[in-house]
Design a protein around this ligand. Structure first.
Ligand code: BES
Ligand code: MN
Ligand code: ZN
Length: 501
């Protein structure tokens, strides 16, 4: 989609449709809506009087402008109550407006970002509006072959503005939002792609593809390398599959050479059947999304390189299938991980923590300033927090605080679960150092406690994204399916990395 900022008034815009917002508790039209209403002889204001439009949050109305202004249609979208207005509502409203435009078979629209007097800054408004439009219009159509002409797209979004200084602010913010949304799209595509088309090898190729033309270095390591380093936890998970596992490392150095990197580790199980501890068939197809942590890492690397953030970041993705082949690892097996620590396998379906354990050990070589992992790790986290909220566990208050701030800025919600020392009891093994499951109670927590055993001496945060990675229902600006969760969260976190430190 082409997003541009044009100098001029909304009524003169070249697109077939324009979008204006309305606050539920405002008796009159505000900002651009009010100006446009005057241009249209009060046509928009009539909506409010005749009671056909209440302006509830995300409620839309379409007005035919009958030749009074150049654009044929005005889409009015509810912004909710003025006092409650925030970036998240703006994203949702612009997503809804853009979808309404798409439903009308219109391929381009314009809008002004003047909502009267509000508390948000113009760059936040512009970023949120563009993000809402782009993220909300996402579609995964790669495998549709019949009637492709029926797939509707919106190709143009013009932001109208009269003030030169504001035009500059909006252009910069829009570009930022475009870069970030592009990375979210990329991440969503990886997750949505089924495992026959998204093997560890293909995932590694995608990482290479992202690095091409960007300031990112990619290294892909195969089995011989893993064997040499003693990555038996990762190798064991891979044994049941004929697809070779890959360890993907992406390095972006935007900061000073002397600065230790932020290391991001993403779980890259391209399909999780459960292995010998096989999962029930029902909804097993959703396990194509078990590489959502890894795909988030790829999206994050893409976005920060495009934004040229002044930070050093390493992304590490252990990638493999988890299948019950003839050589598959089995319950009862004892594995020696790269760290030297031994693990008794209780369930081959608790594979994520195994591949992450070795990836954490590998991360040591980068001398991390902090380590953050993202993983669709436990069903228990979905039980605890549902699919709206990411489970956050970690050892460092400052780091968790920064992630909370990024969460508030992006609307990618996180909630902390504790890491009580006492629960370490649950993952003690009789035959090895640890076992890979701690039973059902507190399953998200015991998984994180397991991971903690493999973390070096630096701040660490674990984000369990099992719930939000794949959505069963549409959200205001996240269509059902792969959400790309983690990308916007971590990019917001990294944009603020330098500040304060
Ligand atoms: N990938 C799953 C977790 C998952 C479940 C993600 C549902 C998204 C939706 C993970 O590998 C897994 O199977 N975890 C087990 C752990 C258990 C065996 C201790 C689980 O949560 O049931
Ligand atoms: Mn599993
Ligand atoms: Zn899994």
């Amino acid at each position: 989609m082409k997003i541009t900022v044009h100098k001029g008034e909304l009524r003169n815009s070249s697109t077939r449709a324009v979008v204006v917002g309305h606050f539920e508790d405002s008796k009159v039209l505000v900002g651009a809506a009010s100006t446009l209403d005057k241009n249209c002889n009060g046509l928009i204001g009539e909506l409010l009087k005749d009671g056909t439009y209440e302006g509830k949050l995300f409620e839309t109305a379409v007005v035919n402008t009958k030749g009074l202004i150049k654009p044929e249609r005005v889409v009015v979208v509810g912004l909710g109550k003025k006092g409650e207005f925030d970036p998240e509502k703006l994203r949702g409203a612009y997503s809804k407006a853009a979808r309404t435009i798409r439903d009308l078979h219109i391929t381009g629209f314009s809008s002004s970002l003047d909502f009267g007097k509000i508390k948000l800054t113009l760059d936040t408004v512009a970023e949120s509006a563009v993000e809402g439009v782009l993220l909300g219009l996402y579609q995964f159509t790669r495998f549709k072959t019949i009637d492709r002409y029926q797939i509707r797209t919106v190709d143009e979004f013009i932001i109208m503005e009269t003030d030169d200084e504001s035009i500059n602010v909006i252009e910069t913010a829009a570009k930022t939002a475009e870069n970030i949304s592009n990375a979210v799209y990329y991440s969503r595509d990886l997750v949505a792609t089924p495992s026959n088309e998204m093997t560890p090898t293909i995932l590694a190729d995608r990482a290479r593809q992202v690095a091409r033309k960007r300031n990112i270095k990619v290294t892909v390591m195969g089995e011989p390398f893993m064997k040499r380093l003693g990555m038996n936890a990762l190798l064991s998970v891979a044994r049941g599959s004929n697809e070779p596992p890959k360890l993907i490392a992406m390095e972006y150095n935007g900061g000073k050479k002397s600065e230790k990197p932020v290391v991001l580790v993403g779980k890259g199980i391209t399909f999780d059947s459960g292995g010998i501890s096989i999962k029930p068939a029902e909804r097993m197809e959703e396990m194509k999304s078990d590489m959502a942590g890894g795909s988030a890492v790829i999206g994050i690397m893409m976005a920060i390189a495009d934004l040229r953030l002044p930070v050093n970041v390493v992304g590490i993705i252990p990638a493999t299938e988890n299948l019950p082949g003839g050589r598959a690892y089995k319950p009862g097996d004892v594995l020696q991980s790269m760290s030297g620590k031994t693990i008794e396998v209780i369930s081959t379906d608790a594979e994520g923590r195994l591949i992450l354990a070795d990836a954490f050990s590998y991360a040591e070589k980068y001398n991390p300033k902090v380590l953050i992992d993202m993983a669709t790790l436990t069903g228990a986290c979905i039980i605890a927090l549902g699919d709206l909220i990411v489970g956050m566990m970690g050892t460092d208050e400052e780091l968790k605080g920064r992630i909370r701030e990024a969460s508030e800025a992006t609307g990618e919600r996180v909630w902390e679960l504790p890491l009580p020392e006492e629960y370490n009891e649950l993952i003690k093994s009789d035959v090895a150092d640890f076992k890979n499951t701690g039973g059902r109670p507190g399953g998200a927590i015991t998984a994180a406690l397991f991971l903690q055993k493999f973390v070096g001496d630096y701040p660490w945060v674990h984000l369990d994204i099992a719930g939000p990675a794949l959505l069963a229902k549409d959200r205001p600006y996240i269509p059902k399916g792969a959400s790309g969760v983690g990308v916007r969260l971590m990019v917001a976190f990294l944009r603020k990395w330098k500040i304060k430190k």
